[in-house]
Design a protein around this ligand. Structure first.
Ligand SMILES: *Cc1c(COP(=O)(O)O)cnc(C)c1O
Length: 398
């Protein structure tokens, strides 16, 4: 393994050279079943033929044009993505390269929306304890976990954290005179696959609407079909049983199935908040990412495909439940975004699942989320037989 990388990642001892479907092969020829999809990125698995063709065809034309101009493919991707998010009321978007960048855009939209309408002093953004919103100085500040708030200060001011699930605390924090936006993961990813309850989301939507505070969903991990609906927030309803209509949604990870991209989308209220020269990104939504993103939208935003994500997720949860394994404490999540709390530390299970691989026996790639949670984010294209095989490997490692 190369040691010229800065020591930022706690890496497992394996280096990959090849991928195929739900499988990766390492430098020694050992094979691993992939339950990680690169942390919800490679949602169509490795080497998905339509994706390979779209990227290759686009690369043969051009990879990039600067933002003085539009390209046909980026425009087509943007149109299709806004349409895919129209059930949630989205009208316009800005394309960047990552989840953190998308969330930076969301914070800028909330601040400017509030400033233009209400003047100075109403710039706070409320986020949840246990949330994860990115690694830039501002998105670290947005992240409601103390462990991220050291060494790099001073952080961007103006973030307030509330405990998830506590409607009274949310009511208090969402002060109409000081708060511009609420940024929330419908299903928290990094901190252990923690879905918010329908009551909590309905209350959040009500408070935000009454107080003209922007309701912003960070769907960087749970969006793009991961939770079984195109946007995870589509599964929530307000107190009248109507679909939740956020003001802003951010997407990234799975959006171009492995090519870097990020999107911040806005509904009616904030679609025109950012104006000329307010924001920019050299690579943002470039033709290569857009070509890949078009394939993702054409494939994933399809009721039959989404139904399969739900079915496969239920299959995983049911099968693990049926083990009645003494080390399995709780199984959570929706679609193919599943967290399993175990009585032991999760990390040694990840190590064992890799170490068991030899020339004949495959290993398993699985993630953790917090110290005791195993996190499942397999590609949507995983087969039933591969799910069975991966779960057998996991069981043997518990
Ligand atoms: C991964 C993640 C981010 C950060 O995305 P990057 O592309 O790494 O910047 C932000 N929010 C959520 C919910 C995420 O899961």
């Amino acid at each position: 393994m190369s040691d010229v990388f800065m020591n930022t990642y706690h890496r497992l001892p394996v280096t990959f050279t090849k991928g195929e479907g739900s499988w990766l092969t390492d430098t020694t020829g050992k094979r691993y079943l992939d339950f990680t999809a690169g942390i919800a990125v490679n949602c169509l698995g490795h080497g998905y033929p339509a994706l390979v063709k779209a990227i290759a065809d686009q690369a043969a034309k051009f990879n990039h044009v600067c933002n003085y101009y539009q390209s046909d493919v980026s425009a087509a991707f943007a149109e299709k993505l806004v349409a895919a998010c129209s059930a949630a009321g989205m009208k316009k978007l800005f394309l960047g390269n990552s989840g953190a960048e998308a969330n930076e855009g969301a914070c800028k939209i909330a601040r400017k929306y509030s400033l233009k309408k209400y003047g100075e002093g109403r710039h706070q953004i409320v986020t949840l304890k246990g949330s994860f919103h990115g690694r830039t100085i501002t998105t670290l500040a947005a992240t409601g976990q103390d462990k991220f708030h050291k060494d790099f200060g001073p952080f961007t001011e103006g973030f307030l954290y509330v405990p998830g699930g506590d409607i009274n605390a949310l009511d208090k924090a969402l002060d109409r005179n000081t708060v511009a936006g609420l940024l929330i993961e419908a299903i928290q990813g990094e901190s252990g696959i923690v879905p918010q309850t329908p009551e909590y989301i309905a209350a959040a939507a009500k408070f935000c609407a009454e107080r003209d505070i922007l309701l912003m969903f960070d769907e960087v991990q749970c969006g793009v079909g991961r939770a079984g609906t195109f946007l995870a927030c589509e599964a929530y309803h307000d107190e009248h049983g109507l679909g939740i209509k956020p003001d802003v949604v951010t997407l990234a990870k799975g959006l171009s199935a492995g090519i870097p991209v990020g999107a911040v989308l806005a509904g009616e209220k904030a679609a025109d908040t950012l104006g000329s020269s307010d924001h920019g990104s050299t690579f943002g939504g470039n033709p290569l990412a857009a070509a890949a993103g078009l394939v993702v939208l054409e494939t994933v935003n399809n009721p039959a495909f989404l139904k399969e994500i739900v079915r496969k997720g239920e299959k995983i949860k049911t099968q693990i439940g049926a083990w009645r394994h003494p080390k399995v404490k709780e199984i959570r999540g929706r679609g193919l975004m599943i967290g399993v709390d175990i009585t032991d530390d999760a990390w040694p299970v990840l190590e064992k699942a890799i170490a068991r691989a030899d020339a004949k026996t495959p290993g398993l790639l699985i993630l953790s989320a917090g110290p005791n949670t195993l996190r499942f984010l397999p590609p949507y294209t995983i087969s039933d037989a591969e799910i069975d095989q991966g779960l057998e490997i996991l069981k043997s490692c518990l």
